[in-house]
Design a protein around this ligand. Sequence first.
Ligand code: NAP
Length: 166
Amino acid sequence: MNISLIVAASENNAIGKNNELLWRLPNDMKFFKNTTWAMPVIMGRKTFDSLAGEPLPGRYNIVVTRNHIDLAGCLNAELSFSPEEALLKAKEKDCKEVFIAGGQQIYNAFLPVATKIYITRVHAVLDGDAFFPAIDTTKWKKVYQLDFAADEKHAYPYSFQTWVKA
Ligand SMILES: NC(=O)c1ccc[n+]([C@@H]2O[C@H](COP(=O)([O-])OP(=O)(O)OC[C@H]3O[C@@H](n4cnc5c(N)ncnc54)[C@H](OP(=O)(O)O)[C@@H]3O)[C@@H](O)[C@H]2O)c1
């Protein structure tokens, strides 16, 4: 099973502030949905909170926490009490890929075992309180990039990039 990080990050690697995203980029939301659809998605409890208690539809949500939070009524979500347990739960789904959907703590926990990074690089330097780790270019190789200009729906230019472990 491939372990893939999926993230949108500014030039200075900011990914969020006050438990919210720093932008609204509809094309990135579509990319995230299309890429992760029907797959297991692992996220930290704070990122899950930012979804307002609604798991991502059409995906099997695995929420990593050290506490017993209430997921009653969430049919497609389950708790895990460590990153390792989350990976075991994803493997049980027998999928070719599991997506690590943040936030900062969870990206840091999974980066050492990840084999692919889908990053939407937002071409702006922004103020955040949550960050994606710097991609070590001696260990990772960029294999794909597609660039978009800012427009009326996207406040910043952005690029879809794929990185694989070198
Ligand atoms: N731009 C993007 O692509 C993107 C994507 C996702 C999130 N974000 C942003 O990232 C920010 C949130 O990131 P964050 O780092 O504050 O929180 P987070 O990684 O989403 O969640 C942190 C929580 O995960 C649990 N956790 C972490 N490590 C654990 C471990 N080893 N074992 C068990 N549980 C563990 C803990 O939950 P408990 O406290 O419940 O124990 C911890 O408080 C928000 O601003 C969000 O908007 C951005």
